[in-house]
Write a protein that binds this ligand. Structure first.
Ligand SMILES: Cc1cc2nc3c(=O)[nH]c(=O)nc-3n(C[C@H](O)[C@H](O)[C@H](O)COP(=O)(O)OP(=O)(O)OC[C@H]3O[C@@H](n4cnc5c(N)ncnc54)[C@H](O)[C@@H]3O)c2cc1C
Length: 439
């Protein structure tokens, strides 16, 4: 059938396009559709940063000097404390790219591997078979209705999560990503008046702000994130610039948007269905960055997807290892971090500086692992941290350990899933939501 595919991916952002590359390379017949025109894909902001090593790690050709997406590669990243007294340095290769051109790079690889793309094509509704399993979608292509059928349907529609919110399945959570579950990011592209160019990235996690390279001569980007709205992120940026002395600059342009900032759904699959990228809230719990997270998720899921294609069986039971592997190996650690961040956000600037100095919240590559309990008790006696904060840190780390251990026990047996979910909900309730503490 002309409109039948092994995998139909809705959304051609970086997640959908990278998945199409990997699946096409694994002999899937793949179609990616997107509601937007090609020139509008990944065009909501100019520059994206992610790990340069991702190219080799995920089987992508390495960019060369002069490639249209390349802006800068830098090698050290710095993290500074709230009072700007303590600095941590980590060696990591970061690629700064023009976002739309990066999409074009990924699309080029996907097409070479055999994937097909259809732009101006909007998902409308899911088509189910008589057993209630999804087998296709209705869409509108160039203003005309069209139907597509597939063994596996993938929601890669980003924050709108259009299919995930529609799908009827006991394994899929239909929540929408509310303003309180989002990290709103404001980006100020600036020219430094001293004529220097920003060549590396420095972040100030207490202010959820950072300074990073952009493509302008003698320029840089000042970024700030906050839950609930762009207006809130802008207020935060103003506060950051009042508290931290940055060089004099001229503002050239501003951009903004939002990225998921809450836990992922417990299940990434249901019968004939998979979620990836922002739809699956696959972002770094510290920074809200999504690229590296999704690439890793897709590579972890790939062996299960290949097996499912070979067996022509995309049932939830056959896709279940995707949930087991990701929840046990990655979501467990991220959940522990999410719990910890809440206590760190609730602290004062002075307390943040102390935690920095003692390597409790950030470490340089050369720093040794701190004895957290000893340093906290010592900080309490020296008056560096309050009893309230001390208790909150201990509570959040204890709850973090509980959620970590619970994710590590994600059930191999699909029939035990709902019991596992009930217990997860109880632990997350104790942990609280990051937005309560995002001052
Ligand atoms: C300001 C800002 C700066 C950021 N900076 C970084 C960074 O430096 N590094 C990093 O790693 N991450 C960064 N992120 C996060 C990153 O952009 C996202 O995590 C990532 O782009 C998500 O990709 P995606 O493919 O899942 O979703 P998207 O890029 O949102 O793609 C979803 C696609 O689905 C399409 N779609 C939606 N609905 C439909 C429909 N009904 N029918 C058909 N198509 C549909 C959309 O048109 C879109 O093209 C930033 C986010 C923001 C907002």
């Amino acid at each position: 059938m002309e409109n039948y595919f092994d995998a139909l991916i809705v959304g051609s952002g970086t997640s959908g396009t990278y998945l199409s590359f990997k699946l096409a390379k694994s002999n899937f017949k793949v179609l990616v559709i997107d509601k937007d025109k090609e020139e509008d894909i990944c065009n909501r902001f100019d520059i994206i940063h992610f790990q340069y090593d991702d190219f080799l790690k995920h089987g992508l050709a390495l960019p060369k000097e002069g490639d249209p997406d390349m802006v800068e590669i830098f090698h050290d990243v710095y993290t500074r404390s709230a009072l700007d007294k303590n600095e941590k340095r980590n060696s990591i290769n970061v690629y700064a790219a023009h976002f739309h051109m990066l999409f074009e790079r990924l699309k080029g690889e996907a097409i070479k591997a055999g994937a097909r793309f259809s732009f101006n094509t909007s998902y409308k509704e899911i088509i189910y078979n008589t057993q209630g399993n999804p087998i296709g979608i209705k869409a509108i292509k160039d203003s005309k209705p069209i139907e597509y059928y597939a063994g596996l349907i993938v929601d890669a529609t980003g924050m709108s999560s259009s299919l995930r919110r529609d799908i009827k399945s006991q394994y899929m959570e239909n929540f929408s990503i509310t303003p309180l579950d989002r990290f709103y990011v404001t980006l100020s592209y600036v020219k430094w008046k001293d004529g220097t160019k920003t060549l590396t990235s420095t972040s100030y996690p207490y202010f959820k702000s950072w300074i990073a390279p952009c493509s302008f001569e003698s320029g840089g980007i000042i970024g700030t994130g906050a839950v609930s709205s762009i207006a809130h992120a802008k207020e935060k940026q103003k506060h950051f610039l009042e508290r931290i002395k940055v060089k004099d600059f001229e503002l050239i342009k501003e951009e903004g948007g939002s990225t998921p900032y809450s836990r992922s759904p417990y299940s990434f699959i249901s019968d004939n269905f998979l979620i990836i990228g922002d739809t699956a809230l696959l972002t770094n719990p510290m920074s809200g960055e999504g690229m590296s997270y999704t690439l890793e998720f897709i590579d972890m899921a790939l062996p299960t997807l290949k097996k499912a294609l070979k067996e022509n069986d995309f049932s939830a039971l056959n896709l279940w290892p995707i949930n087991i592997n990701y929840n046990r190996d990655k979501a467990s650690i991220d959940s522990l971090i999410r719990s910890g961040i809440i206590s760190v956000l609730a602290m004062s600037e002075e307390e943040n500086d102390y935690l920095f100095e003692k390597n409790i919240i950030f470490k340089s590559d050369s720093d040794t692992e701190p004895n957290m309990i000893k340093e906290l008790i010592s900080g309490l006696f020296k008056g560096k941290i309050s009893f309230k904060s001390f208790k909150l840190v201990l509570r959040q780390f204890s709850n973090g350990k509980k959620i970590f251990n619970h994710y590590k026990k994600f059930p191999s047996d699909i029939s035990k899933y709902h019991k596992w979910v009930n217990k997860s909900n109880k632990i997350w309730k104790k942990i609280g939501h990051i937005s309560y503490y995002d001052k």
